[in-house]
Write a protein that binds this ligand. Structure first.
Ligand SMILES: C[S@@+](CC[C@H](N)C(=O)[O-])C[C@H]1O[C@@H](n2cnc3c(N)ncnc32)[C@H](O)[C@@H]1O
Length: 256
């Protein structure tokens, strides 16, 4: 049986985005070495999944793209307007040089998911959703990072479970970490949605220490697919991808 762990980060003060473990210099250096080779299968799989996601919008709100190492230009070029949100100050320049034809009209450099003991504060996301009311939203491998740098993982997990309601009426998609471990996961295939313990039991039958990224509730009522991503040599992330179409009225996005 695998030993499922939460990261249990100490109550950190604000991390400098450039040194943030979820992005910044460390991520860019790793991507420079691995994106075109070791990540190529994962990039192709995410590319295929995004190809099947066909929101009927001209605009895209892209959350956490970094330099778009795992995104294809073909996908981005489908949109007439792309607005990116990422607090990494280096990412915009690198994104532009990687996706030259992408119609990137705005780059918003802010912490879009401030976390406190009370959980995720959605105020900033709601403001951006109101500002771009007709854009589809793609969370680009970012939601599984929120719980990694806070001691309040349980509150983060609960609040991520409420995100689909907050986005109701809007086409959106996310691919995000569910679990990570120093072993290649066995993917569950087409099964009912699994909680972390069930998924870890399926994916890591040989046991070992497995990290939960506190995203189990996010896709519980949505169609999901899973992928394996060797993010760094001999360390794999089990990625879940889920999407929702615009079905129903927009949720009231007044600040809470
Ligand atoms: C794992 S990287 C995403 C990888 C990227 N989608 C790709 O294709 O290479 C996560 C990104 O999210 C950004 N990020 C993480 N937490 C954030 C937050 N709270 N607000 C804004 N950006 C955030 C990081 O700066 C980083 O660029």
């Amino acid at each position: 049986m695998p030993a499922l762990q939460k990261k249990n980060s100490p109550p950190t003060t604000k991390l400098v985005p450039l040194l943030h473990p979820a992005g910044g210099l460390i991520y860019h250096a790793r991507a420079a070495r691995l994106a075109n080779r070791r990540w190529s299968d994962f990039r192709a799989e995410i590319g295929g999944w995004l190809n099947d996601w066909q929101p009927d919008t001209e605009g895209l709100l892209l959350v956490g793209p970094s330099a778009g190492y795992t995104l294809s230009s073909a996908f981005l070029n489908r949109f007439h307007e792309v607005v990116a949100i990422d607090f990494d100050p280096l990412a915009k320049l690198l994104f532009r040089s990687r996706h030259r034809e992408c119609r990137l009209t705005q780059w918003i450099e802010e912490d879009i998911f401030p976390v406190s003991r009370a959980g995720i504060d959605w105020k900033r996301l709601k403001i951006r959703l109101r500002q771009f009311p007709s854009h589809a939203v793609l969370f680009s491998n970012v939601l599984g990072q929120i719980a990694m740098n806070t001691p309040y993982e349980d509150a983060v997990e609960r609040d991520l479970g409420n995100l689909p309601d907050l986005l109701n009426g809007r086409p959106w998609a996310s691919y995000h970490d569910r679990l990570s471990a120093p072993f290649r996961p066995t993917l569950p295939g087409q099964t009912a949605h699994q909680n972390d313990i069930e998924l870890a039991g399926t994916a890591y039958r040989e046991g070992g220490e497995v990290i939960s990224h506190s995203t189990a509730l996010l896709g519980q009522n949505l169609p999901c697919e899973t992928f394996a991503w060797e993010c760094r040599p001999r360390y794999w992330h089990l990625i879940e991808a889920c999407s929702a179409n615009a079905n129903g009225p927009f949720t009231d996005l007044s600040p809470r």
